[in-house]
Design a binder for this molecule. Structure first.
Ligand SMILES: [Fe+2]
Length: 274
């Protein structure tokens, strides 16, 4: 590889040490894509991309998936006055998850740029679920590969709103739900785990057995050796392979000014059973 980078931990995370112009030129795009799949999360320390540059860079890596009508970046803030309608939904981001479990092809990667930060908290954690799967014994791998898991936005709502008003709960339930393999076999042949706060039940298992399977596997996948914890500096950009990692933010004051900007790369691969 000719792109300059250094690994952060053995099983997850690398820092890309290239300047803005080299990154925007796209000359390292295919190497960055390859590293992203190998390392799970890539950090571009204090690269200070403007919103337009973030979009331009996103487009060098794949198909940009705008989430707003004007095609601009998405504001990530828990402050309802800045982010009407979505701040509530973002509360789920404080728990381990992957983005787009309701989509046939979940987003390939998400890219965040740090604009203003909170004084305390608001770190972002990432877990490499390829590495977590590969560390399981062959017996465990074979067992988990049999399972189908139900995922739903309403299940993640219960993490931050345990006794919701019935209307609220029904509204979330009306968004729908989906059944996904617990072990995702990728076209590359590698396998990752599909877990997180949207996962609420293993098909054909009791409530209790479902919780044991999902919770123990989440504990396994989020052990320190598979996790990178990013402490933000203003201007940092972070990109993660959403198909082989879980992520979460640590709690922070919703009104403390924290604001990140997000772009996404369109999904290229559907969930598939091993
Ligand atoms: Fe997320």
């Amino acid at each position: 590889m000719s792109v300059k980078y250094e690994n952060i931990k053995e099983k997850i995370g690398s820092r890309i040490l290239e300047d803005k112009q080299s990154l925007l030129s796209g000359k390292y795009a295919s190497e960055i894509r390859e590293l992203l799949e190998q390392r799970g999360v890539l950090i571009f320390p204090e690269i200070n991309f403007t919103e337009d540059e973030q979009i331009e860079f996103t487009k060098t890596l794949g198909n940009y998936l705008p989430e707003t009508k004007d095609g601009k970046t998405t504001m990530i803030s828990l402050d309802e006055s800045k982010n009407p309608g979505t701040a509530e939904y973002l509360k789920g981001s404080l728990y381990w998850h992957l983005d787009g479990t309701m989509n046939e092809k979940p987003v390939l990667a998400s890219i965040l740029c740090g604009k203003t930060l909170s004084k305390e908290g608001g770190d972002t954690h990432f877990s490499n679920t390829y590495a977590a799967y590969e560390a399981l014994s062959e017996t465990e791998q074979a067992e988990y590969e049999k399972y189908t898991v139900r995922h739903a936005p309403w299940a993640s709502m219960f993490f931050y709103n345990q006794e919701p008003a019935t209307d609220t709960m029904i509204n979330y339930m009306n968004i729908g739900e989906t059944e996904l393999p617990l072990v995702w076999k990728h076209k590359s042949g590698r396998k990752s785990l599909v877990l997180g706060c949207t996962a609420y039940e293993v098909v054909d298992k009791s409530y209790k057995d479902s919780k044991i399977i999902l919770n123990s596997l989440l504990n396994h996948a989020t052990q320190d050796e598979f996790v990178y914890k990013h402490k933000w500096s203003v201007g940092d950009m972070v990109i993660w392979d959403n198909t082989g990692t879980l992520h979460r933010a640590t709690p922070y004051d919703p009104f403390g000014g924290r604001e990140l900007r997000r772009t996404k790369l369109e999904g290229e691969e559907a969930f598939a059973y091993a």
